[in-house]
Design a protein around this ligand. Structure first.
Ligand code: HEM
Length: 120
């Protein structure tokens, strides 16, 4: 085989690897919010502490047994800011479930906002 053909094969392999690694690293969703990246601290928060994070400056909510910091999500939620603001500072399980129960997309985003669990 000539050197030129070997070079073309080599470049083809390198190019394929570059494209594949770009694809793997690009789990970016709405406006660059990265999904599939739970950043839970494992910390437990009481409902009274969560209640103090109840506006656009800091918006925490409880869904199930987990606590989420939705502050950065308020302005980019595809369903609008009002629906997220209505969850700030309280247990938002029922409202979340009534809209997004069983949907993988919203759950992926939710995971990326997790900060801990609800204490007893
Ligand atoms: C609490 C965390 C929430 C997250 C992470 C979230 C996430 C999302 C995502 C990813 C979408 C786009 C879905 C798609 O196009 O397939 C969406 C759409 C939507 N969400 Fe939420 N959501 C949340 C809470 C809520 C709540 C509490 C409500 C209402 C009670 C709501 C109402 C909607 C509506 C109406 C849409 C459809 C918007 C449209 O297609 O025009 N969301 N949400």
């Amino acid at each position: 085989m000539s050197n030129k053909i070997l070079l073309v094969i080599y470049l083809g392999i390198v190019f394929t690897f570059i494209l594949a690694s770009l694809a793997v690293g690009s789990h970016q969703g709405v406006k660059g919010v990265s999904v599939y990246s739970p950043k839970t601290s494992g910390k437990a928060y009481s409902l009274s502490e969560i209640a103090s994070h109840n506006d656009t400056n800091s918006c925490w909510t409880v869904i199930g047994v987990r606590v989420y910091d939705l502050t950065s999500w308020i302005s980019i939620h595809p369903g609008g800011d009002v629906d997220i603001l209505s969850l700030c500072g309280k247990n938002g399980t029922e409202e979340y479930k009534s809209q997004h129960f069983g949907q993988a997309g919203p759950m992926d985003y939710l995971n990326s906002f997790e900060i801990g669990t609800l204490s007893n």
